[in-house]
Design a protein around this ligand. Structure first.
Ligand code: NAD
Length: 483
């Protein structure tokens, strides 16, 4: 049994009051370890360690901070096989996905922001016939909180802590209580990477307890949060009146818009991947597939033929493409959405049930069949609420305008994919869709320099590249007389 600990200052330790939470492997339903159930007093200790470390860390030259980030990236790389196995076991995702996406991206996040901080520019404003020069001094904020979800555990944890640390802040980070293991593994290498004690603190526990303690701590100046929209709204209600800086990356209900002039095979293959990768548990997954009327039947039949043959399998088997969903509670939530869609009159084209265990090891695991509906109107719950599982709907459109209208008929606005060979149409549709990200004839291609985030109920603010470094710094305008 694994026993996870908090990293506070230079110490790996249990929660102050000695309480624990069970850690469960979703593919088997078995308890595989325990993690500290931390509370406000643990956050207070982490804050004290971080505040003590801040004066030195914030004035460490960027090359020194970058060196620590690069060393931590290297340690991830050296331990990538163990990390990928742990991520797959903890989350239920196929091990091949953890090996090819999650763990390499965690390493890249740290390496990327190590380089980015070395090249982070500042602005100057020099009027004609100058008597004064203004320049922007970007200062680290202080002690900041980073809170991440379970779907891409180490990937999103590092995506938040890397720019915060690079910019000279000290961090109190909380991974999801559902998938804490890889953040725990990382916490054992933080000091070895050269970070002074207190620069990065990692506390485990429940969102409403330790997460809430971070968000409401009077001296933690900024919150970078990725998770559900309801949690994001709650965080905003707490942190807003305290005038904290906030970056909120929230849920999605992303449309894939398939025009008749698309590259049919590429659109089909990629839409299946964008719908069901990580069991549909990526915030960027497509969940509403909008198909032009003239190819609707052909696209639907080809999609069902392929999806109907997909079955979840033991995530630890190397060839597995679909694994377990993350928890029993989440499986029940997905099944409730499936039942509600049927009650609302949607037609089930395939899936719709809990999947059989793929082998004896996985008898107690949480598996859902990939599920496709049609005939659900845009106002149905299944087209309005985020399921965050392997469930999609197909809808028909006749015109470009109707496609945009359907795409925008949800409260969310994170990402969309557009499939057409007509570049002008693709550009018009991208401009018309209310989303922070639009992919044309591709999906999940990520350049870490680009702005990442959503509009509407999908969040506030942008991460990625300079956006993240700007978020984690406080700009001060300095005006110098040169007369
Ligand atoms: P969640 O909101 O339940 O939890 C996210 C994190 O917030 C966890 O660490 C949790 O412990 C913590 N938390 C919960 N309540 C809190 C509180 N009151 N105060 C402080 N912290 C609290 O989300 P989840 O179920 O872990 O993740 C799935 C959601 O994340 C989906 O909605 C998905 O779309 C979203 N997501 C968004 C992005 C994005 O970039 N927009 C990326 C990945 C996931």
């Amino acid at each position: 049994m694994l026993q996870l600990l908090n990293l506070i200052g230079s110490e790996l330790k249990p929660a102050n009051d000695g309480e624990w939470l069970d850690q469960i492997e979703p593919a088997t339903g078995e308890i595989t370890g325990r993690l500290p159930r931390s509370k406000a007093s643990d956050v207070d200790q982490a804050y004290a360690a971080a505040a003590q470390a801040f004066p030195t860390w914030s004035t460490t030259p960027v090359e020194g901070r970058a060196a620590c980030l690069r060393k931590l990236a290297q340690l991830i790389s050296h331990n990538s096989a163990q990390l990928a196995e742990a991520e797959s076991r903890d989350n239920g995702k196929p091990i091949s996905l953890a090996q090819s996406v999650d763990i390499p991206r965690a390493e890249q996040n740290l390496a990327f922001f190590a380089s980015a901080i070395e090249q982070f520019p500042s602005e100057a404003h020099i009027p004609a016939g100058p008597s004064h020069i203004n320049y922007t001094h970007r200062k680290p904020i202080g002690v900041v909180g980073c809170i991440s979800p379970w779907n891409l555990p180490l990937y999103l944890f590092t995506w938040k802590i890397a720019p915060a640390l690079a910019a000279g802040n000290c961090v109190i980070a909380k991974p999801s209580e559902i998938t804490p293991v890889t953040a725990w593994m990382l916490s054992q290498w933080v000091l070895e990477a050269g970070f002074p004690p207190g620069v990065l603190n990692i506390v485990h526990g429940l969102g409403p307890e330790v997460g809430q303690a971070i968000v409401s701590h009077p001296s933690i100046k900024a919150i970078s949060f990725t998770g559900g929209t309801v949690t994001g709204a709650h965080i905003a209600r707490t942190a807003g009146p305290m005038f904290k800086k906030m970056s909120l990356e929230l849920g999605g209900k992303n449309p894939a818009i398939i025009f008749a002039d698309c590259d049919f095979e590429k659109a089909l293959q990629t839409t299946i991947r964008s719908s069901f990768a990580n069991q549909g548990q990526i915030c960027l997954c497509s969940s509403r597939i909008l198909i032009e009327d003239s190819i609707y039947d052909r696209f639907r039949d080809a999609l069902i033929e392929k999806v109907g043959r997909m079955q979840p399998n033991d995530p630890m088997i190397p060839g597995t493409k679909m694994g377990a969903v993350v928890s029993l509670a989440h499986r029940d939530k997905i099944m409730e959405h499936i039942q509600s869609a049927q009650a609302e009159g949607a037609t089930l084209l395939c899936g719709g049930s809990i999947a059989d265990a793929p082998n004896a090891r996985c008898e107690g695991g949480y598996f859902v069949q990939p599920t496709v509906f049609e005939d659900a109107g845009p106002e149905c719950r299944i087209n309005q609420e985020e399921v965050f599982g392997p469930v999609i709907t197909l809808q028909r459109f006749h015109t470009e305008n109707e496609a945009v209208q359907l795409a925008n008929s949800s409260p969310f606005g994170l990402a969309c994919t557009i499939w057409t060979q007509h570049i002008g149409k693709a550009h018009r549709v991208a401009a018309g869709v209310e989303s922070g990200i639009a992919w044309i004839n591709c999906w999940l291609v990520r350049d870490l320099r680009t702005p990442f985030g959503g509009v509407k109920d999908s969040g506030v603010g942008r991460e990625g590249g300079w956006n993240a470094l700007q978020f984690f710094t406080e700009p001060q305008n300095v005006c110098v007389s040169i007369t």
